[in-house]
Design a binder for this molecule. Sequence first.
Ligand code: ZN
Length: 428
Amino acid sequence: MRKIIPLMIILLLFGCEKKENTEEVKSIIEHNQNTIISIHYPITQIKSIDRVLEKDTFKILQEFKNTYDSFYTLNQPAELNIDYTKKEINNRYLNLTLSIFIDSPTLAHPENYLKTYVYDKKEQKFLTMEDLITKENLKILASKLQIQLLNQYKDCLFLEEMKTKINDDFQNYTLFTFDDTYLTIYKNPYEVASGNCKIITLSIPISELELKIPLTKETFIEKNVSTPAPQTKVIDPTKPVLALTFDDGPSIYTKEIIDFLKSQNANATFFVIGNKVELYQEIIKESIQNGNEIGNHSYNHKNLAKLSLEELKDQIDKTQEIIKKTTGYTPRLLRPTYGEKNQKIIQHTNLKVVLWDIDPKDWGQKKTKEEIVKHILSKVTNKDIILLHDTKKKTVEVVKLIVPKLIEQGYQFITVSELEEVKLLNQQ
Ligand code: ZN
């Protein structure tokens, strides 16, 4: 006899006003034989910033590829990770950082360094330290920073050498950001011949400086996130089921995918990257409301399998927190980056670690949508998890081709958690 079971899923009610998403984030994620690459930087819609960010990241990527692409490493490929932070102060000053991480079996230590960009939207120019404070003020700043450096970075080798670079010469202050309370100065490890220091970060209260630029205080109001309410969905466990999964988003293509899935009465699971959640929070909320599942795919797509325990937890927890804070939803699933799953990851998370059964490699630049469709349709069987990426335009087309075809064949598209329930039911 045919059994119909209702599965409870979580639906969010929304009271928040709609925010226009004019801004995007650019993501490049590649997994090649010798290199793994994950790059994220914002598209601000301000031409001069976007041009510089693109130029700088492209240069880093090219240098990395030139060094490591042909380098045959035996165990682990070389990794490049570029992540960003972006903070706008007083609706006028845009503070951006790029954090560059390079690891390779050929390096003694992973390289970590920072680039900063401070842009004045009103004056339409990048600010230097000289635009911010006077020469006299710089002297005061330098002496304060020197004390902080000696206190906070006692264990750093070449501390004295670093100290000499914190002086009253503006040329030594190319890395800085500020908000309405602190001015922060950074020093990259490569500025001195020392491998053991991390990026040096020193902050001085703005109140102790006389800034040359106008800066009025802004108050940030925490958004209220509404409470979830349950909704009933009907799945027939006697019929074949499939779980479509999308990694590395959200992106500008996610909305089209969730709209199409809705039109087909189909659901999927989206493994999102934490640093994109805030930007695409409305789309994630809509996705949840449509019955889709959201999973954790790290904060900035570093190779989780290679991280220290502390960094691993940070990548997972930060992503859980930002999803919860912006959407009220708590993910139950984790998909490790680059599909690299190990005992450390499994043991140190409460989340269910999920990989996939079918990988048509839709992220490959040379793969056509026809090849991807053919790959999926020729391999698919009941209860499979299919890996796709909602960061690729052609993947939208792939979804539009495969979903109706597979529904016609009798498949139901459900989330990964629902698939787990169906598997359990069928075992009984
Ligand atoms: Zn990924």
